[in-house]
Write a protein of this length. Structure first.
Length: 116
């Protein structure tokens, strides 16, 4: 069983920054790829970024590439999403995710609102 708890969301002005954190329970964290998704009401959940188990490989959606950075600290069982140069279209609920076959695990989400 894995539990994921996101934090760090909030209200920020366009051009600002936020860092999201996702704390994971369970001994499998360090061997698992992790992902950040986001969702706007009425839309499907969108993959934002993912990171390999050792942090050596990262991948981003085109809409956030160059602005967002995913990282992890396996000693703290935590994955991060540093978001810079935020835009109003980044407004969404952000979720962290891990897939441990046969099950997907999700956190409760954290709201990010970009508005002046």
């Amino acid at each position: 069983q894995v539990q994921l708890v996101e934090s760090g969301g909030g209200l920020v002005q366009p051009g600002g920054s936020l860092r999201l954190s996702c704390a994971a329970s369970g001994s499998t964290f360090s061997i698992s790829a992790m992902r950040w998704y986001r969702q706007v009401p009425g839309n499907e959940r969108e993959l934002v970024a993912r990171i390999s188990s050792d942090g050596g490989i990262t991948d981003y959606a085109g809409s956030v590439k160059g602005r967002f950075t995913i990282s992890r600290d396996n000693a703290k069982n935590t994955v991060y999403l540093q978001m810079n140069s935020l835009k109003p279209e980044d407004t969404a609920v952000y979720y962290c995710n891990v897939y441990l076959p046969p099950q997907d695990y999700w956190g409760q989400g954290t709201q990010v609102t970009v508005s002046s």
